[in-house]
Design a protein around this ligand. Structure first.
Ligand code: GDP
Length: 201
């Protein structure tokens, strides 16, 4: 088993994050947590890559469709379809249109609880309800309601892997082996080393 400090997660700064000139601000928020940047590049993804990315979790279509239908019903509105898979098809179509519209920044962050730490810093999926203090809560303003009316994907700046399993499957879609750099950060000693003898002179 690998040590928990080896946990990795994929982060994408979506086209709205790049267009809003938030690349530096976003990287800063992850970097100062103590996580280590293991890979990074800028690219314009193809619709095929975006589709493969969202479908790495075989349950994603069903989960997202059901969640969306529930949120429509909770607001007393009727969903675009009663069939979760049809609802997700619309969402996926909008995501594909959105993600190929301009460059995105793909990154791999590594460290203890990388998936959970990155999701905490990123905030909930819908910017209107993401917590204050998170990237989505602080730096943008979109909602499902308005994105649905306008027939587009919700502009929420970031993708962050939902689980360690998804992360490993997503990382190989976006990066080849040579792009993933293994190195030590001096600061990792204070995060992970058991014996801190040697600090005092
Ligand atoms: P994430 O893990 O926070 O990115 O969220 P999900 O994996 O659940 O969703 C991925 C993407 O699907 C989001 O970034 C949204 O664009 C879209 N999405 C998810 N849930 C909904 C929803 O309830 N309504 C709408 N309109 N889009 C959604």
């Amino acid at each position: 088993m690998t040590h928990p400090k080896e946990e990795r997660t994929l982060v994408l700064i979506k086209p709205d994050g790049v267009q809003r000139s938030l690349i530096g601000e976003i990287i800063c928020r992850y970097e100062r947590s103590g996580l280590k940047l293991a890979a990074m590049k800028m690219l314009i993804p193809t619709a095929e890559l975006v589709e493969r990315h969202y479908l790495v979790d075989p349950e994603w279509r069903m989960k997202t469709g059901k969640k969306t239908i529930e949120s429509y019903l909770k607001k007393g509105k009727s969903p675009p379809s009663e069939d979760p898979l049809k609802v997700t098809e619309i969402i996926l179509g909008n995501l594909k249109k959105y993600m190929v519209q301009g460059p995105v920044v793909a990154m791999v962050w590594q460290g203890m609880h990388a998936v959970g730490v990155v999701r905490k810093i990123t905030g909930g999926t819908e910017p209107l309800t993401s917590d204050v203090g998170t990237i989505r809560g602080d730096l943008t303003i979109d909602s499902y309601e308005v994105s649905d009316i306008d027939g587009r994907a919700v502009r929420n700046l970031i993708h962050a892997s939902g689980s360690t399993d998804d992360a490993e499957k997503e990382i190989v879609l976006w990066f080849n082996k040579e792009e993933l750099i293994k190195y030590k950060l001096v600061g990792e000693a204070i995060l992970y080393d058991i014996n801190l003898d040697g600090i005092l002179e």
